[in-house]
Ligand binder design. Structure first.
Ligand SMILES: Cc1cc2nc3c(=O)[nH]c(=O)nc-3n(C[C@H](O)[C@H](O)[C@H](O)COP(=O)(O)OP(=O)(O)OC[C@H]3O[C@@H](n4cnc5c(N)ncnc54)[C@H](O)[C@@H]3O)c2cc1C
Length: 595
């Protein structure tokens, strides 16, 4: 077997372990890839129940008051530190244990309500929102999701108040995007009472200020010569825990403490294992699903700030005797930010609601949310920056900081390239397996036709039926019909790609990018349509028989549908060969001077 083939087999084995969790309800994204519109997950638009809304309003009011009085994003950026007083205050207003159960001192909020709080923080200071995410969305998430009652009782009470801080340590030199390649070793002691951990982690948010770190390390698989990843709770007071660099100097989110540490023969009691031994990769990826959801909320908040800043400037700054907002090229930027911010909020809310409502597998949706919101925010900041002209370049306005802060979003918690490929491949897995069934049966009819027949009927059924998108507002029917037709076209494109390329599609990232791009816009459009539909229904219930149109939502749908059509047509009309041959010719020159 070649090295590439061995690596491929390893990846397939890992994916199988991660993805196969027995029969599950069909989620929205997986449904899309099969040509279905699984309406129950997205329509009607999720609403926060009245009792929770009251609690949320109270929490938001408290948080806003605290942030208004004590959060200074400029000072945090300049001093490259979030003062302990701010962290204590965040703990006091409940932000550091928002979703932790009440019995352990948390607020017991759902993901949806938690996202509203994080949107507020994200609208003000990216350092603070990343700090909160590192502590709460991912740092203590494995404990919340996989911890035993005893573990929770022991660790959570101090973590949810901020008296102690958490961190999530996955990344190493050789395990960045390739998260499964963790090299840190955890060897069981002879008496089985503890594990001895050795290795280094880098780029870890809160590493040097955390009191409890969820650390991924490689443990032997009993009865074999293999190893697998296991999640451990590690504390810095354990002998051998060494901070190599407490605060790596960096471009943005400068208030966060991103560090490197080493574990040298660190003894970790077996009671500190989180989740099943050997299932750490699944633990890590599940934790990151939560991180990606709150990422969406923070990016939404920041995009709304961009919109506010852009509007303020466009309405006041005059050139050529006109305010900037009178120029069409400025209007275009503002309209785009407004449309995208609306979509980002809708997508965050629906994704969070999928988790709250108990959908078992939301990996594709959270990946879509992360890629979509981080890319849209980057555009929004760039557009707002342009509207401010030269003034944006100086440190007295927030945009210079926002550009620096936002750049990490496309890289952290799974780079957007890796997630784009993931969305396409995991999404296509369902229809791909059905085609494989059909194909294998054609080659070996002795296998029996039963399964292949069912698979063929599924594929055929999706290919002939345009899915219904059941909005309640008559004025949205035309958009809903267009969306249904695009899902149908998307399904045909997915089928065609699977038939045309078969297994090599696993390496064809330019094809994957278009499929993932179309899927993301289909999901985003669905969320926008759902939100708009709910707004219209709400207005009607309140006696408004002719509610005003929502321009931002309408624009988003038009632009999103246009992008989807473009992604699909580019599948057959593209420059892929030229792109790849150019890159190959340049990559081949490595070491030689490139003129
Ligand atoms: C400020 C900051 C805070 C962080 N906080 C944490 C934390 O708290 N905990 C933690 O565990 N980690 C953390 N990280 C690490 C972060 O998650 C990684 O940086 C990220 O996963 C990418 O890994 P890498 O930097 O090694 O890049 P690499 O893996 O070297 O990738 C570099 C680039 O190569 C491309 N690429 C890689 N693989 C593929 C592929 N398969 N297909 C196409 N393109 C590809 C992508 O464009 C990618 O951006 C943090 C990083 C930073 C910068």
């Amino acid at each position: 077997m070649t090295e590439t083939e061995t690596q491929r087999q390893k990846e397939i084995a890992q994916a199988e372990e991660l993805l196969f969790a027995g029969p599950q309800a069909l989620g929205f994204a997986k449904g899309l890839f099969q040509g279905h519109f699984v309406a129950d997950w997205v329509l009607p638009y999720p609403r926060i129940p009245a009792a929770q809304q009251t609690e949320l309003d109270k929490a938001l009011a408290e948080a806003r008051q605290f942030l208004d009085e004590h959060l200074d994003p400029v000072a945090i950026d300049r001093q490259a530190d979030i003062p302990r007083a701010v962290i204590n205050g965040l703990g006091r207003v409940g932000v550091l244990g928002m979703t932790a159960p009440v019995e352990f001192g948390g607020r017991g909020f759902t993901q949806m309500t938690n996202c509203k709080v994080l949107e507020e923080i994200g609208s003000r200071c990216a350092s603070t929102s990343v700090f909160v995410n590192a502590h709460h969305s991912i740092g203590i998430r494995a404990l919340l999701l996989f911890g035993t009652h005893e573990q929770k009782q022991k660790w959570l009470p101090k973590l949810v108040t901020g008296e102690q801080l958490g961190a999530f340590a996955l990344t190493e030199k050789e395990a960045g995007s390739d998260a499964a390649n963790v090299q840190m070793q955890a060897r069981p002691s002879e008496d089985g009472s503890h594990f001895i951990l050795n290795g280094e982690k880098r780029y870890i948010t809160n590493a040097a200020i955390a009191h409890v770190l969820t650390v991924m390390a490689r443990t032997p698989v009993p009865g074999s010569d293999k190893t697998a990843i296991t999640a451990f709770l590690v504390t810095p007071d354990m002998p051998g825990f060494t901070i190599l660099e407490a605060r790596m100097p960096k471009m943005g989110i400068r208030g966060t403490a991103t560090g490197r540490f080493a574990l040298r023969d660190v003894k970790v009691p077996k009671e500190n294992i989180l989740g099943p031994p050997g299932k750490g990769l699944k633990v890590a990826l599940t934790v990151l699903d939560f991180g990606r959801t709150t990422f969406g909320a923070c990016c939404t908040g920041a995009a709304k700030t961009c919109l506010r800043l852009a509007v303020e400037h466009a309405n006041t700054r005059k050139q050529f005797n006109k305010t900037l907002g009178e120029f069409h090229l400025v209007k275009k930027k503002i309209a785009r930010i407004a449309a995208d911010a609306y979509a980002m909020e809708a997508m965050t809310t629906i994704t969070a609601s999928l988790i709250d409502r108990g959908l078992e597998d939301y990996m594709i949706e959270t990946a879509m949310l992360k890629v979509f919101t981080t890319e849209r925010l980057w555009e929004a900041i760039n557009e707002a920056f342009q509207i401010y002209g030269g003034s944006a370049y100086f440190g007295d306005l927030p945009l210079e900081r926002m550009v620096r802060d936002a750049r990490i979003n496309q890289i952290g918690e799974g780079s957007n390239e890796v997630l784009t490929s993931f969305i396409a491949l995991v999404g296509m897995r369902g229809p791909g397996m059905e085609f494989k069934e059909i194909y294998d049966t054609m080659l070996k009819p002795s296998r029996g036709l039963g399964k292949a027949w069912t698979a063929g009927m599924h594929r055929l059924g999706a290919a002939v039926r345009i899915p219904d998108v059941p909005v309640r507002s008559a004025e949205l029917r035309s958009f809903a019909n267009q969306l249904g037709r695009l899902i149908w076209r998307f399904n045909i494109a997915v089928n065609r790609a699977l038939i045309a390329y078969r297994e090599p599609i696993l390496d064809m990232q330019l094809v994957q990018e278009r499929i993932a791009g179309a899927a993301m816009d289909l999901f985003a459009s669905t969320c926008v349509l759902s939100r708009w539909d709910a707004e219209l229904q709400f207005a009607r219930r309140n006696g408004d028989s002719a509610p005003q149109t929502n321009h931002a939502a309408g624009l988003f749908l038009r632009q999103s549908f246009r992008r989807i059509r473009r992604f699909l047509s580019d599948l057959s009309d593209n420059d892929d060969k030229a792109v790849l041959s150019t890159a190959n010719s340049v990559l081949g020159k490595a070491g030689a001077a490139i003129r």
